[in-house]
Design a protein around this ligand. Structure first.
Ligand code: AMP
Length: 431
């Protein structure tokens, strides 16, 4: 058997591939990236890119040493003579904040809106919608702690969803308060859960000392059952005055802008540098445990990476999961367009001429040509397979009269166009 791709990765394939599903269709990825680009760039976000591998320390500090991502899911990069101090990036935020600090982006007008898309890597248990290499669109805003920035970030995520025509998505909104609120909540959880420590999973028992809030995120069914029985109070009950006012302001803006959301009182992001607003984007047909996206404010992250205090907020969604949701809803994608023109010669002497006609048309539009001479029937068939609008034939008669024979495939109508008028003729059919 020929060699296979690694488990948990996907090939993104061309249109027309047999049994092509949306989440591996390369043009569908571009379609989502383009929708995100339109929405985000209209809001003033600028496109950036960072390396696919980073210092392990950046990811450890940026994602959090107590997370599954850092503890279990890192791909370490080894190369000759290296100690393995690099990892493939599991998410985009830490890299963007690092780039902001390293390149003096503080000089740019604040708040600075940045976006990117690209592959992320996590050594996960592979399932549908859970891959080892997946792709995200990321939006990050640095330099403002205003609740209006939070609301705009959520609005933008929702706007991408609308731009794509996705109907079944919904936003769960929460707040994890300020550091002192979280400390109070962690103390509450520790008191409540310590007597039941023996019933918790190993991971969660460990979190009881390090970061009890992360227990609420546990993937263990036993943990979740225990949490259910104990009737835990939600994080929202512990918000201090400032965080509560911030949360209310975000909700007011979203309501004014008609962005639908549900409050999720127990939404948590247990890392030290997360502050206040947190949210997730879910979809009825993708499964409750598989969010399409998530976001949150991370005012403490810059300092965590060794920089000054820089407030920030951002979100990411997984392109594969979004595509699965679009597929599940049957949202129509634009049909992949074919070339305007497919040109072929009827005899070998004119192959080069046919090619040069196509090359000239490429100044205006997509044009393809045949690499060998063909009979008219084959030319039309090949043009149809490529979904061309026009098939063009060049034989000795055409050369003699200095014309090109064109057939519009949808109507079957034939045109004889003087060679020097071809560009003008096609111009009229460019839409
Ligand atoms: P996170 O950085 O964990 O908040 O993830 C943000 C989004 O990326 C998720 O909501 C998913 O849509 C996507 N995502 C995260 N991990 C994976 C994965 N292993 N496979 C596919 N998509 C993922």
């Amino acid at each position: 058997m020929a060699l296979q791709r690694p488990k948990g990765t996907q090939d993104h394939l061309p249109d027309g591939t047999p049994k092509l599903s949306r989440d591996v269709q390369a043009s569908a990825f571009v379609y989502v990236q383009d929708a995100a680009r339109r929405v985000l760039e209209r809001a003033g976000a600028q496109f950036v890119q960072t390396p696919l591998f980073e210092e392990a320390e950046l990811v450890r500090r940026g994602v959090g040493g107590s997370t599954d991502i850092v503890r279990k899911e890192m791909f370490t990069v080894y190369y000759f003579g290296d100690h393995g101090g690099y990892v493939l990036r599991p998410e985009g935020t830490a890299s963007i904040v690092r780039a902001y600090l390293q390149n003096g982006l503080k000089q740019l007008p604040a708040p600075l809106k940045l976006w990117t898309h690209g592959p992320m890597f996590r050594a996960e248990n592979v399932q549908k919608g859970r891959l080892r290499q997946f792709h995200q669109v990321d939006y990050e805003v640095l330099g403002s702690a205003e609740p209006l920035v939070d609301a705009e970030a959520i609005w933008l995520m929702w706007e991408v969803v609308r731009e794509l025509g996705l109907k079944g998505a919904h936003i769960k909104l929460g707040s994890i308060g300020d550091p002192e609120d979280r400390e109070a909540y962690n103390a509450y959880l520790r008191d409540l859960l310590t007597p039941h420590a023996e019933h918790l999973s190993d991971d969660s028992r460990d979190r009881l000392t390090r970061n009890p809030m992360r227990i609420l995120d546990s993937k263990s069914e036993g943990d979740q059952a225990l949490l259910g029985e104990l009737g835990i109070r939600p994080m929202l009950d512990f918000l201090g005055e400032a965080a509560r006012r911030h949360f209310e302001a975000v909700q007011r803006y979203l309501t004014a802008w008609n962005v639908p959301f549900d409050i999720d009182p127990s939404l948590v992001r247990g890392l030290d540098y997360y502050r206040r607003t947190a949210w997730e984007l879910h979809h009825t047909q993708v499964g409750a445990k598989s969010a399409l996206g998530g976001g949150g404010r991370y005012d403490g992250l810059s300092a965590q990476l060794g920089g000054p205090e820089v407030p920030g907020i951002g979100w990411a969604f997984g392109i594969e999961r979004l595509l699965l949701a679009l597929e599940a809803e049957g949202v129509p994608f634009p049909e992949p367009a074919g070339p305007l023109l497919f040109v072929a010669a009827l005899d070998e002497e004119n192959v080069s001429l046919a090619a040069s006609v196509a090359l000239a048309v490429r100044a205006q539009a997509r044009a393809e040509f045949a690499y060998r001479a063909m009979k008219p029937g084959t030319i039309f068939r090949e043009a149809e397979r490529r979904r061309a609008r026009f098939a063009a034939l060049i034989g000795s008669e055409e050369v003699e009269q200095n014309v090109i024979t064109l057939k519009e495939l949808a109507t079957g109508r034939q045109h004889t166009v003087p060679t020097h008028d071809l560009s003008l003729f096609l111009q009229g059919h460019l839409t």
